[in-house]
Write a new protein. Sequence first.
Lengths: 343, 343
Amino acid sequence: MPPTPAVPDGRRATLADVAAQAGVSVALVSIVMRGAKGASPATRERVLEAARAIGYRPDSRARMLRSNRTHLLGVQFEIQEPFHTDLVEHLYAAAESVGYQIALSAVAASRSERQAVESLLGDRCEALILLGPQAPAARLAELAALLPVVSVARRLRPPVPGVHVIRTADDEGARQAVDHLVSLGHRDIAHIDGGKAPGAADRRRGYRTAMNRHGLADRIRVLPGGLTAQDGATAADALLAAGARPSAVLAFNDACATGALSTLFRSRVSVPEEISVVGFDDSRLARLPHVDLTTMAQDIARMAELAVTRVTERLEASDTPTGQDIVAPHLVIRGTTTAATAG
Amino acid sequence: MPPTPAVPDGRRATLADVAAQAGVSVALVSIVMRGAKGASPATRERVLEAARAIGYRPDSRARMLRSNRTHLLGVQFEIQEPFHTDLVEHLYAAAESVGYQIALSAVAASRSERQAVESLLGDRCEALILLGPQAPAARLAELAALLPVVSVARRLRPPVPGVHVIRTADDEGARQAVDHLVSLGHRDIAHIDGGKAPGAADRRRGYRTAMNRHGLADRIRVLPGGLTAQDGATAADALLAAGARPSAVLAFNDACATGALSTLFRSRVSVPEEISVVGFDDSRLARLPHVDLTTMAQDIARMAELAVTRVTERLEASDTPTGQDIVAPHLVIRGTTTAATAG
DNA sequence: GCGTGCTTCTAGAACGTTCTAGTACCCGAG
DNA sequence: CTCGGGTACTAGAACGTTCTAGAAGCACGC
């Protein structure tokens, strides 16, 4: 059955059209559409039928314009960043469960953070959830003066008042990874770090702390790395060239780890038999069957849920203080780690 | 300097606030804000200054509500699909260049296509750009009755009236891939196919056609595959088990190709020395340094540009017929193909 | 007969913008 | 001095919704 193309002329159907069709007032149709109370079951049915007949669909702009609330949470994310797209997926679910909607605004090569945020503000989002924002603290403060802001996966030092931060316990994650390797009997554990990437300093510190705690201070070896596969590959080259090869490597993140893996494969060093490798993030990459990387998983679902909660509770009670939520990561054991060979 | 927190109470500043501040009428402020003509340079400056002072920001909802045009193109995409996110990136650029804006609506585990599209319709998008839509033809026809619709990367058979299709010449791509391998001296070229995935039939056909054309009809070997890395790995296992190993493999897509690669690595079959591998899509995966996959690139920028063009030209002149645009792919030679070893 | 209270419904004003149809003014031509 | 025609500006009505106030109807208790 064809979907009855709206009203006579090209316009989309409005409340008034439905009202005319059903022979009631506009206000009553509004009541029915919102599911508010104040309409008898009989008319309710009649109105709904009329709406269906002429293909009425509420206009969210008009709706938001009138009711001062938009119930819109603006999300800025990097469209090419798998970690961000994972988060977005969970944000949809989290927002829906508390009666809010998500407005997406991507950052891409052709679209700056500034543009992304401006567009969200123009849509009158009630709050901003920024994934890994690069904006300077001053800019964030400026935004925070306007509406509740939360920064996910980007630590702010010093904290910016009005901006709540949600991040993974990077140091704790690195410690867990080292603990895992040590429990497998490894002692020569190297770390390919993330340079100046967000979180890199914490992971480096976590690695050092754990090594010290296990009495392996003299085995600490930090190789300059980065957040791309290329960085990992280069670092692994350096590692092999150096001669004394460690029995395990903790990489800054999964991309870096896969880069290292590829170097090892090419050099016919078998993983995990000759060397164990641990990544960080539990990205899609790590889960690919031929990568099958042991890694520290960030609790993305939890982070998304926290982001929505923090922001909505500030909308409801505007005096809620901002702070920081640090989410614990957990180890996911896959195929790139195994017990150290004796000796 | 602090960003002067809007108007006395909590409200966001409106045209009326700016008007009051600058001592002019609301209509004039509107003129200045739109950059329309009808204001003297002097007042223009004064109004802009007032707007800046109280932190005015236009309300896009009200703006769209009043002017019948929204200049909004709704884009439905799979948030986890790298091919889609690549497209989105180019869509932003393409839309901007013709004065339209993009409204994103993601499909995810927790969000169905229906929800995604409903939200776009509620925002009163003027047209829909659907990336790889799964919706049945009837549903698409229903949407097409409402507004211009274009389906990217999803062939519709039979064509749905009102829905324009933009897709890659999959058969042509497979032929080019085979040509490349043949030109390198390969003759035993197998194809790991995509089963029932969109485009798979065309790529299979292109492979067969090319093999025939090169007089290699008796070397045709199609292995059941799929679109995941796992599918590729499994198919490669079968290939090796079968004994008579081909000298080259054309995989359905990059994910499938990397799956095959991993099996080959593990089985110590060196690529490309012993066997050449070609993927399809030129996804991010293919570009990773340790994958470095020769592949058929889809012309994403062109597809995005076409999507925007087709849809906007229908908005401007509603009688533009719908049809199909078939975009040529091109070969990207990387490290997984080389000349066949003699014999 | 008259208030009271409940349900069902409606008129009309908002929301922040753009657009239409003006008014007010100035300048030069007749 | 009036007319025409531009430029600078403004009042007020839209756009499609929600919300506030209140009206109409009805049953009930006195």
